[in-house]
Design a protein around this ligand. Structure first.
Ligand code: ADP
Ligand code: MG
Length: 661
């Protein structure tokens, strides 16, 4: 019977198979014998805390849900009886569908992606990776050979019992009265871990305390430990007991509300792992309190690794919004600009009303102000990092620069600050990218433009013929290699008054940058050859223009070439070369606009052809040359020649002539 059929029969007690992904994951988990297994506790506590957060939010508008409940808490309860560790919470709980959806499939597409990554890295057996990534609920099977989940959704009247040995599937049925009574408040989740024989040290109170301290101290919900009978209480615990209180084993205080100097780097890091569901270390932690017209606390992290779904259009905002310490949503996309979507963290507002609908939040002016505050903080933090630790900054830029640059057209008011942190590779240094400020500082006397060339990668751009004239004159050119560059460059005309100019577009005259000697030399030479040469070229230009009229709009002498005979450029008013390619790939563009073919008047080959054209243009060699020059220009551009067999034939004819005569 398939899962669907099982459900159809409405049998209250049924066996289900895990989705394929889950089985794969469980396989990896089960084999991770020597990994850092402690993290299972972090994962289960994190889920329990999330469940409390969610119910707290639901209860704002429906106080009945928590009417007869105790304050939110999580409880750990080791028992020697059958080596069972119980972990329970009085959070929102799960109904039947949610149990199937959440614990029978990989609900988080992130986990599936992690699986892929691990597989690609050949890391299935690499134990530590699992610890780093965290595989959520399923990590409980690292330490258990059987897991039971008793859960009841707040507001429902049915309790469910889910159980599995973590191999092929799970059983789901309605819980017995006795089982349901394990839930202390009539809602929430009670998880029983039947520990594997080699994992019974997770029954030791001290071990549990130590893990909670290491990974879950920052959880806002108190975590209690019900010790086994044999446990000897500390003096502190005894005193509390006499007062009729129970001490939590974590600090149980929202981390962001604590003063910075009382928070260790480790605690920040663990908090980042918890809220981000990620396991890299943040490159920057920004913790501040905004006071004045609007008040809020921000605790933000800049990750060191690119989230797997950075370019997924469905990607949700990764900031959690709290109002006066109550979790509201992690799905408010107006809280963070999309071009900062890699930032993780918490914003806790003092000004927003608690019972505001998510829709109203979307357009709330306070939210917009907070977004501005966040943006300024993040950009200035990145600028500081660039000063303080250049290597760390550059690696961050490498991860997120392409996304941040979307802000250049998306958020005018932050453009100046974004420009401060932008880095670009240039023709000067193959290793290290430069800031625009530094580029401008190195501009030649009289240079008015910031020159750039765009394409797919810096290394191949460096060898482009269009750059020859710049290189020979020592003029630095920025190499733009992110697709987004084409888009912001359409919107942003200048940096501090210096206009951006593409070296593959329109006319470019660099003669003003020739050194004096070079100028004198070439002036003298020009005088000598001037008359003859001008006429020489015009015949060839005319011939090429007719011969290639289907492929190019114009053929003209070039001022940007020094070594190559030809190159293609875009018309001043047309679409730039690389942009055209980008658009073509995205199928938004019919290549109707033709480019311009530039020929190098100083190149031997061109001179020779010009001489031939003078005599007669009715000449097979000239015809073949025209075709080959054009194809050559395309090939350098990384583009296919329109007719490859014609190209090959043409080339053979030339080789024959060269070799055989
Ligand atoms: P994640 O927490 O990253 O979503 P998990 O595998 O840890 O992934 O959990 C899967 C889902 O199961 C959670 O998103 C949540 O919806 C549900 N869940 C797990 N534990 C609990 C719990 N104690 N209370 C309520 N829901 C839970
Ligand atoms: Mg989880």
């Amino acid at each position: 019977m398939t899962n669907a059929e099982m459900k159809e029969t409405n049998n209250p007690d049924y066996k289900m198979e895990f989705a394929t992904d889950v089985s794969k994951l469980l396989d990896i988990v089960a084999n991770a014998l020597y990994s850092n297994r402690d993290i299972f506790l972090r994962e289960l506590i994190s889920n329990a805390a999330d469940a409390c957060d969610r119910l707290r939010y639901e209860a704002i508008n429906n106080s009945k849900l928590t009417e007869s409940s105790k304050p939110f808490h999580i409880r750990l309860q080791p028992t020697n009886d059958g080596n069972i560790l119980n972990i329970s919470d009085n959070g929102i709980g799960m109904n039947e569908e949610e149990l199937i959806e959440n614990l029978g499939t990989i609900a988080r597409s992130g986990t599936a992606a992690i699986l892929e990554q691990m597989k690609n890295a050949g890391a299935e057996k690499d134990i530590n990776l699992i610890g780093q990534f965290g595989v959520g609920f399923y990590s409980s099977f690292m330490v258990s050979n059987q897991v039971n989940v008793i859960s009841r959704k707040a507001g429902d009247n049915q309790t469910w019992h889910w159980s599995s040995d973590g191999k092929t599937g799970y059983d789901l049925r309605e819980a017995s009265t006795e089982e349901a009574q394990k839930l202390c408040c009539g809602h929430g989740t009670y998880i029983q871990l039947h520990l594997k024989p080699d994992a019974t040290d997770y029954l030791l109170e001290d071990k549990l305390k130590q893990i909670v301290l290491a990974y879950s101290d920052h959880i806002e919900v108190p975590i209690y430990l019900t010790p086994k009978d044999a446990y000897i209480k500390t003096a502190e615990e005894k005193e509390a007991e006499e007062r009729g209180e129970e001490l939590s084993i974590n600090a149980a205080c929202a981390l962001w509300t604590r003063p910075k100097n009382e928070i260790s780097e480790e605690q920040y890091k663990e908090f980042y792992h918890h809220i981000g569901h990620v396991f890299d270390d943040p490159i920057s932690t920004i913790h501040w309190r905004a006071e004045g017209k609007i008040e809020y606390t921000g605790l933000l992290f800049i990750p060191s690794l690119r989230p797997w779904d950075l370019y997924d259009p469905e990607r949700k905002s990764s900031l959690r919004l709290y109002v006066k310490k109550v979790f509201i949503t992690d799905d408010l996309d107006t809280l963070l600009y999309p071009w900062l979507r890699f930032v993780r963290g918490v914003i806790d507002s003092q000004d927003l009303p608690l019972n505001i609908s998510r829709e109203m939040l979307q357009n709330n002016p306070v939210v917009h102000k907070i977004r501005n505050g966040i943006t300024k903080k993040v950009l200035s933090e990145l600028a500081k990092l660039a000063d303080k630790d250049e290597a760390a900054f550059l690696s961050t830029w490498h991860q997120f620069g392409a996304v941040i640059k979307e802000g250049l057209y998306d958020a005018l008011e932050h453009r100046t600050e974004i420009f401060k942190i932008c880095r670009f590779f240039t023709t000067n240094d193959p290793e290290k990218p430069t800031s625009l400020q530094d580029y401008v500082g190195r501009m030649k006397d009289g240079q008015e433009h910031i020159y750039y060339m765009s394409g797919e990668n810096a290394d191949s751009l460096r060898n482009s013929p269009q750059l020859e004239g710049f290189k020979s004159r020592g003029i630095e050119v920025l190499l733009m290699t992110d697709t987004v560059d084409e888009f912001w460059l359409q919107q942003v005309s200048d940096f501090e008054g210096k206009k951006f100019k593409s070296v593959t577009k329109g006319q470019i005259d660099l003669s003003q940058f020739d050194s004096k000697e070079a100028k004198q030399d070439s002036d003298a030479q020009e005088q000598e050859e001037n008359e003859q040469e001008a006429t020489d070229l015009s015949a060839l230009l005319g011939f090429l223009a007719t011969e290639l009229k289907d492929q190019v709009a114009q053929v003209r002498p070039s001022k940007r070439l020094t070594e190559s005979p030809v190159c293609l450029v875009a018309d001043e008013k047309g679409t730039d070369m690389h942009m055209e390619k980008v658009l073509r790939i995205q199928q938004q563009y019919e290549p109707g606009v033709k480019r311009i073919l530039e020929i190098n008047p100083d190149h031997k080959l061109i001179k020779k052809l010009a001489g031939m054209a003078m005599k007669s243009t009715n000449n097979e060699i000239l015809k073949d040359s025209a075709a080959l020059l054009m194809d050559q220009a395309l090939i350098i551009q990384g583009e296919p020649v329109p007719n490859s067999s014609e190209f090959a034939k043409c080339l053979s004819r030339f080789m024959e002539k060269g070799l055989i005569g």
